[in-house]
Design a protein around this ligand. Structure first.
Ligand code: GLC
Length: 433
């Protein structure tokens, strides 16, 4: 028995080293690309935040730089774009020349889930070096500006739920949750011949051509409207108050409030507390009593998006009491796990929309596992959290640092040498959840 344990320990040590090397290898000097394969040759917003979480374990200053670079691309109105283009982006479509957005066209014109405050809070709480704390403190007003932008631009009627106006803003690009809303969008000119992603990953693991045509048509609509925050909410042909996006925002509100209080900005902390209160109440209203699940809503049609996607489990990340209020939510998660070899699938298995290999329509994503584990622990469900952690480690140890994984077989999918998979693996090994 003992030699086997030693072999396992060895393997982990080696993988830990490989995880560090993966992050270092994807480091482009001040920011990290999601993968070195060319699939994503720029800085993606939430990818960078997850990378920072883990740089923190072996290079704290570098972790802070990652977030500083991200906020270097913040727009004057507070928005932090979902992509910052720093260098040669010719292997990506749509690249900077298509977006034509931001100062000097160096960004996309939409945002991504607001995980940054949660990450900065973790860095802040662990930092003992006053120089690191000072740099993190300087980021706090910028985080607050992003949250303010989000409410002003995406919840102009003050409902407590913010809307996304492009599936890419959710971070879960082709989730079945967007199917109906996206089908209502004009496809625009076909762009299949311009796509670059299918040159790096199998076409049946990626979004389909009709989805891509619509993604690009949305970009063109926003570009034609000058990306004006005061216009896009009303003109957006796609507009959804996603439960996952709002749950991540709600968690980030809590972490931002704590950062503001710790850095002495009491007035802004009170302002964020008010955001937290209204979003907390709005998320609670998204509980569907009959289906015993959380659903978002299409804010153009007013229709509930009655589909069991991973987004509906993310209130666990936002609210430490949700499992006590709705024990059936945790039972539902357990029932998903019982139907796969590796958790957590991004959509409920055995549903017609479930596709175990296609991007956000079924595969496992380690960053989502991290949010669920973190939330389950806060909700007093450590055993379930441990099960998901164990699956996550096993996936990497058997299959490597893939972008995402087939929940039925563990097959590695998408890009390889992926920053956020390496980052979350390191995070779990360090016992930080
Ligand atoms: C895909 C994912 C998105 C991620 C990006 C870079 O677009 O859906 O969440 O940020 O790739 O990894």
């Amino acid at each position: 028995m003992a030699p086997q344990l030693d072999a396992e320990r060895w393997e982990r040590l080696e993988l830990k080293q490989q995880a560090v090397e993966t992050l270092r290898g994807n480091d482009r000097g001040g920011y990290t690309v999601p993968t070195g394969t060319g699939l994503y040759p720029a800085q993606w917003n939430w990818d960078s935040c997850f990378a920072a979480l883990d740089f923190a374990q072996f290079d704290e200053p570098r972790a802070v730089t990652e977030i500083e670079t991200l906020f270097g691309g913040q727009w004057p109105d507070g928005m932090v774009p979902h992509i910052l283009f720093h260098g040669d982006d010719s292997s990506y479509f749509p690249n900077a020349s298509v977006w034509q957005a931001g100062p000097a066209w160096r960004s996309s014109g939409i945002t991504q889930p607001l995980v940054a405050a949660t990450v900065v809070r973790q860095l802040f709480d662990c930092a003992s070096d006053p120089a690191i704390r000072a740099r993190l403190t300087a980021l706090v007003p910028k985080l607050a500006a992003w949250h303010r932008w989000c409410y002003a631009a995406r919840d102009p009627h003050d409902t407590g739920l913010v809307s996304i106006i492009h599936p890419w803003e959710s971070g879960m690009d082709n989730s079945p949750l967007w199917d109906d809303a996206l089908n209502a969008v004009e496809p625009g000119p076909p762009v299949a011949h311009l796509r670059k992603d299918t040159g790096f990953a199998a076409a049946d693991h990626r979004p389909t051509a009709p989805e891509y045509d619509r993604y690009i048509n949305l970009v063109i609509r926003f570009r034609d409207n000058g990306y004006r925050a005061d216009r896009l909410y009303d003109i957006a042909p796609f507009r959804v108050a996603d439960i996952g996006f709002n749950a991540i925002l709600q968690r980030a509100n809590q972490d931002l409030r704590s950062l503001l209080a710790a850095t002495g900005d009491i007035a802004s902390a009170a302002e964020v507390a008010a955001m937290e209160e209204k979003t907390g109440a709005a998320i609670a209203r998204c509980w569907h009593e009959e289906d015993r699940f959380f659903y978002g809503v299409d804010t153009r049609t007013g229709k509930i998006i009655r589909k069991p996607g991973i987004s509906g489990l993310l209130p666990l990340f936002a609210d430490a009491e949700v499992a006590a209020r709705h024990p059936s939510l945790v039972e539902r998660l357990e029932s998903w796990l019982a139907r796969v070899a590796y958790g957590v699938p991004s959509f409920e298995p055995e549903r017609p929309e479930f596709e175990p290999q296609r991007y956000w329509r079924g595969p496992v994503w380690l960053i989502v596992n991290w949010m669920l584990i973190n939330g389950l622990r806060r909700n007093g469900c450590p055993d379930l959290a441990a099960r998901i952690r164990c699956d996550s480690l096993a996936l990497v140890e058997r299959m490597g640092f893939a972008e995402y994984f087939n929940p039925l077989t563990g097959e590695p999918l998408g890009g390889s040498g992926f920053s956020w998979t390496a980052a979350i693996y390191l995070h779990f090994l360090a016992g930080r959840e």
